[in-house]
Write a protein that binds this ligand. Structure first.
Ligand SMILES: Nc1ncnc2c1ncn2[C@@H]1O[C@H](COP(=O)(O)OP(=O)(O)O)[C@@H](O)[C@H]1O
Ligand SMILES: N[C@@H](CCC(=O)OP(=O)(O)O)C(=O)O
Length: 382
């Protein structure tokens, strides 16, 4: 098989996560664009029913809010959170009904999976989501995934299915991730600016570090190119190549044609646990380290001990993800903390020996064990 770092791997990729954004599923009046939805389904169903690829598709779809506008008789896309939640709740049912109908026309079944970012990163929930998606795929079903917008307020406000798609790709160990949007790839500047051009291939994300990307593109999309690049970072760093292209070019992208932007996989497949720590949705707290502890954590195989901690911020329980911050305020690593925020302050700055003497066994352990640490920006343990 062609290396996963080239487009040539796409035609033979067995398992692909495809994400489509609101901007590609919404008409200018804010309503769901059913013909765009059907065009996408035609392409995906062809892949799933192609005996040559035995293709498996996980579809991450936005558009719940858009699909709720019509049934609720709203004049336009709502702006306030409660109405957005209501629209998403009504619209999600509509959206899945449209997908069910369109895929059924090709003899393909779909199953709705509503996730929050937490479900893809919290270990206890992660295994659950993974099992459910695996079973659906094994049964030949196309999982239709969206965020659980009706209840996840923050997700709806900053809602970001781009990142969710990358985490879903990790969850199912996808061979590729395809991000479909309303622009035909990453441009070397905001595409509305005259003279900007499509970047066809990105070997390493650092090659496009200077490219100007905005957080909001279309009127209905959330996150713009910024969250797409975050998604690309998670996926490629996890060994999954990404194609970012216009929804109308979905067939070409799956065929490995020169459309959109191809992002080569850079990292190796990482464990669920490391990805979970590196990308845990919303760390619960911050632990401040002295210089010696920063060096120890950065430099080698060291755990974080109570003696190197100067301050604790936030409310968290033992086992929660936290950020480890140096004296300069820079985040050094993320990790799973072994003590809750109520217990931790009493241990600060004291040696493990002193803690054992004074507080007894159980208090003389690491604040963050090295197996539970991931250095910032690397997805790897020290
Ligand atoms: N450098 C860039 N290259 C391409 N698109 C960009 C860039 N910077 C910002 N964008 C904008 O990102 C938008 C896509 O994001 P968004 O509207 O959130 O889409 P979606 O609904 O598909 O998630 C494009 O319409 C485009 O205007
Ligand atoms: N989950 C929301 C959309 C969230 C989102 O990330 O939107 P987009 O940036 O268009 O992919 C919905 O279904 O309306």
């Amino acid at each position: 098989m062609a290396p996963a770092s080239s487009r040539a791997a796409l035609p033979a990729a067995r398992r692909i996560v495809v994400k489509i954004g609101s901007s590609s599923l919404t008409r200018p009046d804010g309503h769901l664009d059913e013909s765009a939805l059907r065009s996408l389904v035609d392409v995906l169903a062809a892949r799933v029913t192609d005996p040559a690829t035995g293709g498996q598709i996980v579809l991450v779809t936005s558009g719940a809010v858009a699909a709720g506008i019509g049934p609720l008789g709203l004049p336009a896309r709502p702006r306030d959170l409660a109405t957005m939640q209501a629209a998403a709740s009504v619209g999600q049912g509509q959206l899945v009904a449209r997908y069910t109908e369109a895929f059924a026309g090709h003899g393909v079944r779909v199953g709705q999976v509503l996730l929050t970012a937490e479900d893809t990163v919290r270990r206890s929930r992660y295994a659950n989501a993974q099992r459910s998606l695996e079973k659906l795929l094994a049964l030949g079903v196309v999982p239709v995934v969206n965020e659980n917008d009706a209840v996840t307020t923050a997700e709806l406000k900053f809602g970001d299915n781009d990142r969710l798609a990358a985490l879903a790709a990790h969850l199912v160990r996808a061979d590729a991730l395809v991000l479909l949007t309303d622009v035909d790839g990453l441009y070397d500047g905001p595409p509305s600016r005259p003279g900007t051009r499509r970047i066809p291939h990105v070997e390493r994300l650092s090659d496009v570090a200077g490219v100007e990307v905005t957080a909001r593109g279309s009127a209905v999309g959330t996150g713009g190119m910024l969250t797409k690049l975050q998604s690309v970072r998670i996926a490629t760093g996890d060994g999954i190549p990404v194609v970012l292209t216009h929804a109308g070019d979905a067939a070409a992208a799956l065929a490995g044609a020169d459309t959109g932007t191809f992002f080569a996989a850079t990292g190796r497949r990482t464990t669920a646990r490391r990805l979970w720590i590196a990308h845990a949705a919303g760390t619960q707290g911050r632990i401040h380290l002295d210089d010696g502890a920063v060096r120890a954590v950065r430099g080698g195989r060291a755990s974080l001990l109570p003696a190197g901690v100067t301050k604790v911020e936030g409310v968290f329980d033992a086992g929660d993800p936290v950020e480890l911050v140096g004296p300069d305020g820079v985040v050094v690593a993320r990790g799973l903390v072994a003590f809750g925020s109520t217990d931790l302050p009493a241990l600060l700055g004291r040696t493990t020996h002193a803690l054992r003497e004074e507080l007894g066994e159980g208090y003389d352990r690491e604040v963050v064990h090295r197996d539970d640490l991931v250095l910032e920006g690397t997805d790897r343990t020290p």
